[in-house]
Write a protein that binds this ligand. Structure first.
Ligand code: FEO
Ligand code: CA
Ligand code: CA
Length: 637
């Protein structure tokens, strides 16, 4: 979901910072001190090439495929020599008793047995090969949100008055996530309908335990849950992660949009809700179900905005909301094991002028016994990033009692610090960023890739070294280099890999390697992945601002081609691209094509595309696709 309309709620954004020239000067001074100025000063001054890492580093294999052309049309495109399978679509059956997809007769009951809407994160957990030797695994897919007037028949003309309770319950059932077993056949990957692993998780019908330091807080208590430890469902699950022990992390992002009403005047949660944009009023659910109306259940929003951990191998297991990871608009939750065995999870808070975080567990990962890691995410330190002009990142702990995180500032305990993570980070002086999306660690290099999607509200006097463009419409990508590959470090280095947008117009201030063609540059980086060869792939949400469809690009990060981008996949009109996820052998790439056909004036009756079915009686259907090389080789060459 492109939240570019979603205004900042951060009251602490720094003004009067620096001009761009001052930022560049400060960076050059740092480079001079570090002895690297000769190699980089031209690049920084001209703005036409990318920053270079200062240490000798292993080179990743160069991408080798014929890139596709920029453009927009009603279908998807891949390079010559590649094939695309539509693996699973909104409404497809998961169970033996699943009803056939009937877009004119949608219901909560049917949707609970079918693949949900607007697939976003894609996780893959390999299973032992099938008896016939075929590859198989579990696909874990988030269903972030629903495009109401595109999904439901007959509601657009008189929206929102046309919305009924049944429509809202259907929407709730289309949210959440899906676990589905998939198997690679001679004809490509296929879902295993009726697999014992298959499961739907929804916004309304899946009980979840709230765990960690905030569990049981009075601020999480509602009429239906006097314990503050049990909540029905998860929503707006955007990106996520798979832990080293095979659990699935679902990140709750724009939870604010589901609430309506106002808290009573003087209520203790009023300022807290304001900082998170509650109530957003994007959906009609609160008209029919009290929990989504904050005038009736003022604590309910505090039970969302967390990271949910799910065991995809046990469909009867209860998902857990891990409060130690903080409460904000979580984009993703990709993890890596630090050299000492502790788990580190990187997370972005996707809002203009909000922050980048990492969580470091107290305990060490048991690589041999997954069950020993069952509660590892309940105890650890949450850090927020301050990106300094000298090219260093300071990771500042959000610990109750330290610094400003005290009773005097309204934090009675660690539960308060976590429920109000944003305010705690404000007080610590974290760096307000240009909408942090995916943050992807690469265990093979000690690097971390941070997608900053755009921020058209940053003004000239708000630019800083890590967010160097005012009116940043196209976003940029930051490389964080952890010292000696120690992901648990509290002080790291950072560089800008590329500033996105059209490099042919100097007014945009874009910076790509000049080897990038007119098809290769893009705007609004969102989700990303590092493939088994250590190469970076970046998906976009909002590239239409550049006049072309969203897609997936392959970006070189090492050697002479560092900062070169090449177009690999183009989405159908109206869609953004999520995932991406590679199988461990690198031969299959899964992509989630989200909200195809969405756009100004698009409705169920009149969408801009009917991808992927192209049937006049079927609306466009969000779907996960599997892309493979025709010759069976590694995706990307
Ligand atoms: Fe749901 Fe930040 O994209
Ligand atoms: Ca997005
Ligand atoms: Ca996203």
């Amino acid at each position: 979901m492109d939240q570019s309309e979603n205004k900042s709620t951060n009251p602490c954004i720094a003004a009067g910072a620096q001009t761009l020239e001052q930022v560049i000067e400060a960076r050059l001074t740092r480079r001079g001190v570090l002895g690297g100025i000769a190699a980089v000063s031209g690049a920084l001054l001209s703005g036409c090439t990318t920053g270079h890492s200062e240490t000798a580093e292993p080179q990743t294999p160069v991408f080798d495929f014929d890139e596709i052309a920029r453009g927009v049309d009603d279908t998807h495109h891949v390079p010559v020599g590649y094939g695309t399978d539509t693996l699973i679509r909104w409404g497809d059956p998961l169970f033996e008793d699943s009803p056939a997809f009937d877009p004119m007769a949608q219901s909560e009951t049917a949707q609970l047995r079918q693949f949900g809407y607007n697939n976003d994160y894609v996780g893959f957990v390999a299973l032992p090969d099938s008896e016939d030797g075929r590859n198989r695994g579990l696909l874990c897919v988030n269903h972030e949100y629903v495009s109401t007037t595109l999904m439901l028949p007959g509601v657009a003309a008189d929206f929102p008055a046309s919305m009924t309770k049944d429509f809202c319950l259907t929407e709730m059932a289309a949210h959440g996530g899906t676990v589905v077993e998939i198997v690679e056949t001679e004809d490509g990957w296929r879902p295993v309908v009726g697999s014992k692993y298959n499961r739907r998780i929804t916004a309304h019908s899946t009980p979840m335990e709230i765990t960690g330091p905030a569990a049981g807080s009075a601020r999480l208590v509602t009429t239906k849950d006097p314990t503050g430890t049990v909540v029905a469902g998860t929503m707006n699950n955007c990106a996520g992660g798979i832990t080293p022990w095979g659990t699935w992390l679902m990140a709750e992002e724009n939870f604010n949009g589901y609430f309506r009403g106002e808290v009573p005047e003087g209520h203790g949660e009023a300022e807290n809700h304001k900082r998170y944009g509650v109530p957003g009023g994007w959906y009609q659910w609160g008209r029919f179900v009290d929990r989504y109306d904050v005038s009736k259940e003022p604590n309910e929003p505090n039970r969302f905005g967390w990271v949910v951990e799910v065991d995809p191998t046990d469909p009867t297991s209860q998902p857990k909301k891990r409060t130690a990871l903080g409460r904000f608009k979580h984009e993703g939750a990709e993890s890596v094991i630090a050299p000492d065995g502790r788990l580190v999870i990187y997370m972005g808070d996707d809002q203009r002028f909000d922050y980048v975080y990492k969580f470091v567990s107290t305990g060490r990962v048991n690589r041999n016994d997954p069950s020993a890691n069952r509660d590892l995410l309940d105890d650890g330190v949450l850090y927020v990033a301050r990106f300094d002009e000298d090219g260093m990142v300071d990771w500042m702990p959000l610990r109750h009692g330290e610094g400003p995180l005290t009773i005097a500032n309204g934090f009675r305990d660690q539960a308060d610090v976590l429920i109000e993570t944003r305010r705690a980070a404000d007080l610590l002086g974290a760096t307000p960023m240009d909408r942090p999306e995916d943050v992807e660690p690469d265990p093979s290099t000690g690097k971390v890739w941070l997608m900053l999607t755009n921020n058209s509200e940053r003004t000239d006097d708000q630019v800083d070294a890590a967010n160097p463009r005012a009116n940043n419409q196209f976003g940029h990508i930051i490389e964080i280099i952890e010292p000696s590959g120690d992901f648990s470090a509290t002080r790291s280095r950072w560089e800008i890999l590329v500033r996105c947008g059209d490099p042919s117009d100097p007014a945009f201030g874009a910076s790509w390697n000049p080897l990038t063609s007119e098809n290769g540059w893009f705007g609004s980086p969102d989700n990303c992945a590092v493939d088994p060869s250590g190469r970076l792939w970046i998906a976009t949400d909002g590239n239409e601002r550049t006049g072309a469809a969203d897609g997936l690009w392959a970006v070189e990060t090492t050697g002479e081609r560092r900062g070169t981008s090449r177009a690999f996949f183009r989405a159908p009109e109206g869609a953004e691209v999520c995932g991406p996820k590679f199988t461990p052998d690198g031969r299959t790439l899964f992509l989630a094509v989200q909200h195809p056909g969405e756009g100004e004036g698009a409705t169920f009756e009149s969408p801009s595309t009917r991808w992927p079915d192209f049937n006049s009686r079927t609306p466009p259907r969000p779907a996960v696709v599997a892309i493979r090389r025709v010759d069976g080789g590694t995706v990307g060459g």
